[in-house]
Design a protein around this ligand. Structure first.
Ligand SMILES: CC(C)(COP(=O)(O)OP(=O)(O)OC[C@H]1O[C@@H](n2cnc3c(N)ncnc32)[C@H](O)[C@@H]1OP(=O)(O)O)[C@@H](O)C(=O)NCCC(=O)NCCS
Length: 315
């Protein structure tokens, strides 16, 4: 899909689990060190949910923050899409709970599951809904409470993840700014590289870290190159690349392959860890006010499944 810009971001917000957990905090309960975690992942700290919080409470808080930033009330939204793999229950969807919480019962609401690529997938669906008519203003959320599916004692996974949510309000713009194009992909042959049950299950997250790492280092730059090439723009026109925040080494390897300045690639994994579907929208509040009109933002998600998706956005 490629065409005039449509889904335009008019508000951004985020929410993080209440409890800040440093690497040293983790080293008190599992066999790890701050030095190992920083060297292998770039992560310094992450946020965990605490009593009374779950994926849906984070989604609701991020949604309210994005609405307030857009100066809109819930009843001015007509569709909620929440990318998540860790809703507290299979039913109702997190999006349904958000619709009710923002004072907009009755509007369309659905969750979308594509693991850590979920937000990029959901952005393409939201953009399509705006292009084809069913919605004129969409609340698009990425929310995950990864601590509910990770084995806290498994040091190879528990040090990587954090809990959070990010939200954006999208409007049908005037054709000058908005999402322009999307790439979607998945390959179930690589399902064994990462799987997890639902929150509360005994089936905790398992991953083949090395295989996922190799996949991410390959697919991240490939998607950026594909999007810019097929839309006839150059990397110099891209103000920001927002990659899924899985590991700083993956992000820096991609920056080297793409040969872009490090400042162009957004990195916040040091503060938030891997928040799965939330990691891309969590990034917007730090950069949105500095967006330069006429330039581009590329968002790139990749995750278990394996799944991948990327979006080209004209500012
Ligand atoms: C998980 C990851 C950080 C591991 O880094 P790595 O360099 O591949 O490390 P390895 O798995 O080869 O393990 C190296 C050693 O460190 C150890 N180790 C693993 N986790 C550790 C920890 N938290 N602290 C200290 N040592 C640890 C391993 O047991 C292993 O020890 P051994 O050599 O004695 O067997 C890395 O593979 C990664 O980030 N992969 C991508 C994962 C990802 O992004 N998943 C989400 C996808 S959206």
């Amino acid at each position: 899909m490629s065409g005039p810009p449509v889904g335009k971001i008019v508000g951004v917000g985020r929410a993080l689990g209440n409890r800040v957990v440093t690497n040293d905090d983790l080293a008190r309960t599992i066999d790890t060190t701050d030095a190992w975690i920083q060297a292998r992942t770039g992560i310094r700290e992450r946020h965990f949910i605490s009593e009374g919080e779950d994926c849906s409470t984070l989604a609701i808080e991020a949604a309210r923050n994005a609405l307030s930033h857009a100066n809109l009330s819930g009843d001015e939204i007509d569709l909620v899409i929440c990318a998540t793999s860790t809703g507290p229950e299979s039913m109702p969807s997190v999006a349904c709970l958000v619709g009710e919480a923002i004072g907009a019962p009755g509007i369309g609401a659905m969750d979308l599951a594509a693991a850590c690529a979920g937000f990029s997938y959901a952005a393409s669906v939201a953009d399509a809904m705006l292009r084809s008519g069913p919605a004129s203003r969409v609340l698009l959320i990425g929310a995950d409470a990864m601590t509910t599916i990770v084995d806290a004692q498994d040091r190879s996974t528990s040090v990587l993840f954090g809990d959070g949510a990010g939200a954006v309000v999208l409007e049908k713009g005037d054709g000058t700014s908005g999402f322009v194009d999307h790439v979607l992909g998945a390959d179930g042959r690589m399902a064994p590289f990462g799987r997890a049950g639902h929150p509360g299950d005994d089936h905790k997250l398992y991953q083949n870290g090395r295989e996922v790492f190799k996949f991410a280092v390959r697919v991240l730059p490939e998607m950026v190159e594909k999007l810019v090439a097929r839309n006839g723009i150059s990397l110099e026109e891209v103000q920001y690349i927002i990659p899924h925040q899985a590991n700083a080494r993956i992000i820096h390897a991609a920056a080297r392959k793409l040969d872009v300045l490090e400042g162009c690639i957004v990195v916040n994994v040091d503060r938030f860890g891997n928040t799965s579907a939330a990691s891309i929208p969590i990034s917007y509040p730090d950069i949105f006010d500095g967006f330069e009109m006429g330039r581009y933002v590329v968002t790139v998600g990749f995750g278990f499944g394996l799944t991948w998706a990327a979006n080209l956005y004209k500012i």
